[in-house]
Design a protein around this ligand. Structure first.
Ligand code: FAD
Ligand code: NAD
Length: 523
């Protein structure tokens, strides 16, 4: 992060700093007295929390709420990736991008607008969003919640000891919440360009003319659309068969069409094999199909890796295999040490980091065995949004039915959004809702692609968690007209279909006829 951004975007509500702000960008977020004291070093902490991102913040606060003595140590700034370089800035940038796109396509609704993007003002909006949210995650807020919060770097020295910047601390239990970092770009020539990552793209002062995005996962797809809508010429390169390879291929196709409509050059099924450096950060990506993608700036949106460098995991008795922590639920191979969030390498989302950080901390201080839940909702915040939960929907990328669908008795319900009146009214009916239901008509999984799909997913997540049947879904009155009509109408269509079977119709016809006969006898 640049000094400008931190000074501008991170200063708290007049709190004293540790005197290092200016020379030290992260200093702006730390109040005085945020270093380990003699009293801290003399305490045996019920819970040592390593890392002040989402997992660490929720874990520390939950444990403190239960009366535990909690020490949270963060080496940079509390708030972590989500606040400073992940969810918050990306959604703020996408909001500006959507405003531009809405204005450009307003002519379809009979409204014409000239669009001019002022990139520095967009980035000021991004910083303002971070600044507005930051106090919730600040050291002062943690201290007020009963969490001793210090700045420093933790290194384990044994199964129940660690150092904070060289000073020893003792703990009964510890929570590892150190997050992840972008995997290095291991391509010939890569050292010759100053590639951006999701960590530092927020420091851009000018919109790049030509932006190459390497990786079409969630980060790459969201940012490719965002920067294209703000006026950059964006090419996104994805090795998988389609963008968002982990998602329903047909839903990803809807998102891909939207990116192409925004002018993004989407290249899928191709791998970057080398980089040809040019001048001032410019260059070209060389692809395995022989094509080259020239760029002014390159954005690496490849996979992320757990951040465990220098942590002393061997000394702590915390084992890893192939770079991944060996976990039994939320516990590492040292029974005193728990792990949650991106450092686990599983389900890299803020909501999972938050829930699991809290669960791990509660387990640690109360001696409980709770394990991470298997149902993980996720949203790609493109326009349209792609939201999914539970069992995968639809087909694999090669068009074959999802393995096991027939064997397990699963059915796929699909409702195109030209049957969602709100979508039609807004001219946004390009999406669809898909539900996986089991033999007992319980919702087991869902994909929604369309505007506000992330909001719609809340109901579907509850349905998957609760084993809600489509009949029960039908019985819940939904306000009209909303995008929530997608799943509701899908359930209604299914329910009607089942009512229309010969056996059910024979029964209902008999009942209707019987009531008619009773009426005629009374007349
Ligand atoms: C561009 C982008 C957009 C995203 N958007 C979304 C989204 O919309 N929704 C969503 O759910 N997820 C999103 N994510 C993912 C989300 O940001 C992460 O899953 C989440 O922030 C992980 O939280 P965490 O607590 O595990 O790690 P982090 O937030 O990375 O926190 C780890 C902390 O540990 C500190 N640390 C590391 N080592 C040490 C040490 N030795 N001693 C002391 N401190 C240490 C670090 O400084 C850091 O502050 C996005 C990610 C990116 C990159
Ligand atoms: N909206 C959200 O919730 C959100 C947003 C952004 C990130 N995240 C989280 O962050 C995690 C990391 O996301 P990500 O998108 O950075 O990583 P990712 O691992 O999901 O995607 C990286 C993509 O890069 C591609 N790739 C790698 N090397 C390549 C090469 N040489 N040539 C072409 N393509 C290549 C891979 O095929 C992959 O699809 C995700 O798992 C997600 O959980 C969440």
């Amino acid at each position: 992060m640049t000094k400008d951004r931190t000074t501008d975007g991170a200063a708290t509500d007049g709190a004293a700093t540790d005197g290092t702000a200016g020379a030290d960008p992260a200093g702006a977020t730390w109040p005085a007295g945020s270093h380990l004291t003699d009293a801290d070093a003399a305490t045996t902490w019920d819970l040592l929390v390593v890392g002040g991102g989402t997992a660490g913040l929720t874990g520390a606060q939950s444990a403190a709420l239960l009366g535990a003595r909690v020490l949270l140590v963060e080496r940079d700034r509390t708030g972590g990736e989500c606040l400073w370089s992940g969810c918050v800035p990306s959604k703020a940038l996408l909001a500006a991008a959507s405003a531009a796109a809405d204005a450009r396509r307003a002519h379809r609704l009979g409204v014409r607008a000239e669009v001019e993007v002022d990139f520095p003002v967009v980035m000021a909006h991004v910083r303002a969003a971070v600044t507005a949210i930051q106090p919730v995650d600040a050291p002062q807020a943690l201290e007020a919640a009963g969490v001793r919060t210090v700045r420093g770097t933790v290194t384990f020295t044994g199964p129940a000891t660690a150092t904070v910047d060289g000073r020893e601390v003792r703990f009964a239990q510890a929570l590892l919440a150190t997050g992840s970092r972008p995997a290095p770009l291991d391509l010939p020539g890569a050292d010759g360009v100053a590639a951006l990552t999701a960590d530092d793209v927020w420091d851009l002062a000018e919109l790049p003319g030509r932006l190459a995005v390497l990786g079409g996962g969630t980060t790459g797809t969201e940012l490719a659309q965002g920067f294209a809508r703000l006026g950059a010429h964006v090419t996104v390169v994805e090795a998988g068969a389609h963008l968002l390879p982990a998602e329903d291929a047909d839903a990803a196709a809807v998102v891909t069409a939207a990116l192409r409509a925004d002018g993004v050059d989407v290249r899928t099924g191709v791998r970057a094999t080398s980089v040809r450096p040019g001048e001032d950060g410019a260059g070209a990506l060389v692809l395995d199909d022989g094509a080259q993608v020239p760029f002014d700036r390159l954005l690496l949106a490849g996979p992320r890796r757990p951040l465990v460098d220098g942590l002393g995991l061997v000394e702590a008795g915390v084992r890893r295999v192939d770079g991944r922590l060996v976990l039994d639920g939320l516990r590492t191979t040292n029974p005193r040490v728990w792990a949650a969030g991106d450092v686990t390498g599983e389900d890299l989302y803020t909501h999972t980091a938050g829930v699991r950080g809290s669960d791990a901390a509660i387990n640690a201080v109360l001696g409980l065995p709770r394990r991470p839940g298997a149902v993980v909702p996720r949203v790609t915040f493109t326009d349209p949004e792609l939201a999914a939960v539970g069992e995968p929907t639809g087909t694999l990328a090669n068009g074959t039915p999802r393995a096991g669908t027939a064997r397990t008795g699963r059915r796929l319900l699909e409702l195109r959004h030209d049957h969602v009146d709100r979508a039609v009214a807004e001219g946004r009916s390009e999406g669809f809702t898909r539900l996986v239901v089991d033999r007992r008509n319980r919702v087991r999984g869902a994909t929604v692609v369309g505007p506000r799909a992330g909001e719609v997913l809340a109901e579907l997540t509850a349905a998957v968690l609760d084993g809600t049947t489509t009949s029960a879904l039908v019985a819940r009155t939904h306000p009209y007209p909303t995008y929530g009509d997608g799943p509701w109408n899908a359930a209604i269509a299914d329910y009607r279909g089942r009512l229309g079977t010969p056996a059910v119709r024979a029964v209902t016809r008999t009942v209707v006829a019987a009531r008619r006969w009773v009426r005629s006898r009374k007349a």
